[in-house]
Ligand binder design. Structure first.
Ligand code: GAP
Length: 445
C-alpha cells in the first residue's frame, strides 16, 4: 500500500487533503491523473450499467434529503458502530475492531493490551454527518448528508415508473458522493469519510429475486475481469445471516485481495421489499407496481453497490509493477487501456527540432479531440517513457528523423515494450483498433 500511496502522490493522482493546514485525517484530493482515472472508471461503470442496457435508467438525486427518509431507511436508528474511548490516551476505537486498531502507546499494541489502558463500555455511534437546513439551528432543521445514494433511488421509484414507463425487471442507477463519519477510517482510499458511490437498484417480481441476485453477482464479477483485475485476486463471499444488514435477505461481497488482506470491494444485496415498504409506510405514498391487468405487487430489489475509491485502490494495486529493463528499473502501472488516465503520449524525439515538433503537435491536436493524450517533449526519451509507464499510458508514439522523410512513427507498447512503425496518418485508426481489442493483464490470472 505504501508504494501505491507514494506513486499516487509523486505523480499527482491523489493528495492528502488540506495538507497546508496539517491535513484532515483520511480525506483526499484528486490531482489531474486521479481525475482522469476516476472519470474513466465512472464512465465504464455507466456504460455497463446504463448505456449498454435497455432495462436500466439513470438518476442523480440530492445529497440532503428529507430527514424522514433516514428514519424510514433505518439509518437514524441503526446506522451505528459500537465505539469505545480510552480514558488514558483519549483515542476512540471501534469496539468490534480492537484487534485491527493501534493503541496510542508505544511500542504499538492493540487497545486494551497495555496495563494503563482504560477503555469505556461500548456506546453506539451514528455514522451519519448532521447538518442544519435554513437559518435556524434547532431540532426541526436537522438534516443529514446521505450515507448512501440508494435511498435517493427508492424515493424516486414512482417518478421513474410513471415517467420512464418501466415495468419490473428494471433498474435505476446513480453515481454520487456519500458521507460517513467512520470511526476508524484508513488504508489510503479504502475507508474514507467522503466517497463516491456507484449504486444500482434493480426492481424485480418477488419470485425472481434469487435468480437476479445471482445474475448481478456474476455481472459485476465479470465487469472487474473485463477491466483487467486478476481472477486470482477476486472472490465472492456470501454473508452469513448474522452478518447481514437489517434490510438484507442475502448479501455477497465481491472481495479483492488488497495489501491489507481480502476485503470488500463491492456488495451485492437482495434487499427484498424492505425499502419500498418502509417508504410507503413513512411517506404514505404507495410504492408498488400495478400491471396492465390490475396485478399489483411491491417489487423486490437487488442492489450492486461500490465506491470509486475501492475500485481505484484495487486497480492501482493490481496494475502496479516494478521491473528491471536493460539494467534500468522501471515502475509501471499495467492499467486496462480504457481505464488508464492517458491513452497515448506523443513524443518528438528532439524537442528543438522544428520539423519533429510540428509533426508531433499536428498529431497531438488531431488525437486530443477524441481521447486523453499527452504531449511531452521534456527530457531524454527514456525518462519520458518511464514517466508515461508510471502513470500507466499504454502507448507512446515517437516522432523521429525517419518521420521527416517517410511520415511514419514508432509506437511503443507499455507492457511488452515492443515497437512497431506505422504511417502517421494511420495513428488514429490504429488507436481505435487497439482500444477495441480484448485486453488481458500480462501479470497472468
Ligand atoms: N446501499 C448499500 C450500501 O451503501 P455498503 O456496503 O455500506 O452498502 C457499499 O456500501 C459500498 O460502498 C461498499 O462495498 C464499498 O465499495 C463502498 N464504501 C462503503 N463505505 C466506504 C468508505 N468509508 N470508504 C470508501 N468506500 C466505501
Amino acid at each position: 500500500m505504501d508504494q501505491i500511496v507514494s506513486l499516487s502522490r509523486r505523480r499527482g493522482f491523489v493528495f492528502p487533503s488540506s495538507e497546508i493546514y496539517g491535513g484532515l485525517g483520511s480525506t483526499y484530493d484528486y490531482g489531474h491523473y486521479g481525475v482522469l482515472l476516476k472519470n474513466n472508471i465512472r464512465q465504464r461503470w455507466f456504460e455497463a450499467m446504463v448505456l449498454e442496457r435497455d432495462d436500466i435508467v439513470a438518476l442523480d438525486s440530492a445529497v440532503i434529503l428529507h430527514p424522514r427518509v433516514w428514519e424510514a431507511s433505518g439509518h437514524v436508528e441503526g446506522f451505528t458502530d459500537p465505539l469505545v474511548d480510552c480514558r488514558t490516551c483519549k483515542l476512540r476505537f471501534r469496539a468490534d475492531k480492537l484487534e485491527d486498531s493501534q493503541c496510542g502507546r508505544k511500542p504499538s499494541k492493540h487497545p486494551g493490551e497495555f496495563s494503563e489502558c482504560d477503555l469505556t463500555e461500548p456506546r453506539q455511534f451514528n455514522l451519519m454527518f448532521q447538518t442544519t437546513v435554513g437559518p435556524v439551528e434547532d431540532s426541526g432543521s436537522r438534516a443529514f448528508l446521505r450515507p448512501e445514494t440508494a435511498q435517493g433511488i427508492f424515493i424516486n421509484f414512482k417518478n421513474v415508473l410513471q415517467i420512464a414507463r418501466r415495468r419490473p425487471p428494471f433498474g435505476i442507477a446513480q453515481i454520487g458522493r456519500s458521507f460517513r463519519n467512520e470511526i476508524t477510517p484508513g488504508n489510503f482510499l479504502f475507508r474514507v469519510r467522503e466517497f463516491e458511490q456507484m449504486e444500482m437498484e434493480f426492481f424485480v417480481p418477488p419470485p425472481d429475486s434469487d435468480r437476479w441476485y445471482r445474475y448481478w453477482i456474476d455481472q459485476r464479477l465479470g465487469w472487474y475481469l473485463r477491466y483487467g483485475l486478476r481472477r486470482s485476486r477476486l472472490r465472492v463471499r456470501e454473508h452469513g445471516p448474522e452478518e447481514r444488514s437489517h434490510y438484507s435477505r442475502g448479501t455477497s461481497d465481491i472481495e479483492y485481495e488488497y495489501p491489507i488482506g481480502w476485503s470488500e470491494l463491492e456488495g451485492v444485496a437482495n434487499r427484498g421489499d424492505f425499502d419500498l415498504t418502509r417508504h410507503t409506510e413513512y411517506s404514505t405514498t404507495k410504492l408498488e407496481y400495478v400491471g396492465p391487468d390490475g396485478e399489483r405487487y411491491v417489487p423486490h430489489v437487488i442492489e450492486p453497490a461500490v465506491s470509486l475509491e475501492r475500485i481505484i485502490v484495487a486497480m492501482l494495486v493490481d496494475a502496479y509493477d516494478e521491473e528491471v529493463v536493460g539494467e534500468r528499473e522501471r515502475t509501471v502501472l499495467r492499467l486496462h487501456p480504457e481505464i488508464a488516465p492517458v491513452t497515448a503520449a506523443i513524443l518528438p524525439l528532439i524537442a528543438k527540432d522544428e520539423g519533429m515538433v510540428s509533426k508531433a503537435r499536428t498529431l497531438y491536436e488531431e488525437l486530443r479531440k477524441r481521447r486523453s493524450v499527452e504531449y511531452d517533449d521534456n527530457g531524454a526519451i527514456g525518462r519520458r517513457y518511464r514517466r508515461q509507464d508510471e502513470i500507466g499510458t499504454p502507448w507512446a508514439f515517437t516522432i523521429d528523423e525517419q518521420t521527416l522523410s517517410d511520415d511514419t512513427v514508432t509506437v511503443r507498447d507499455r507492457d511488452s515494450l515492443a515497437q512497431e512503425r506505422l504511417p502517421i496518418g494511420g495513428v488514429r485508426a490504429w488507436l481505435d483498433d487497439a482500444l477495441e481489442r480484448d485486453w488481458k493483464t500480462p501479470k497472468g490470472d
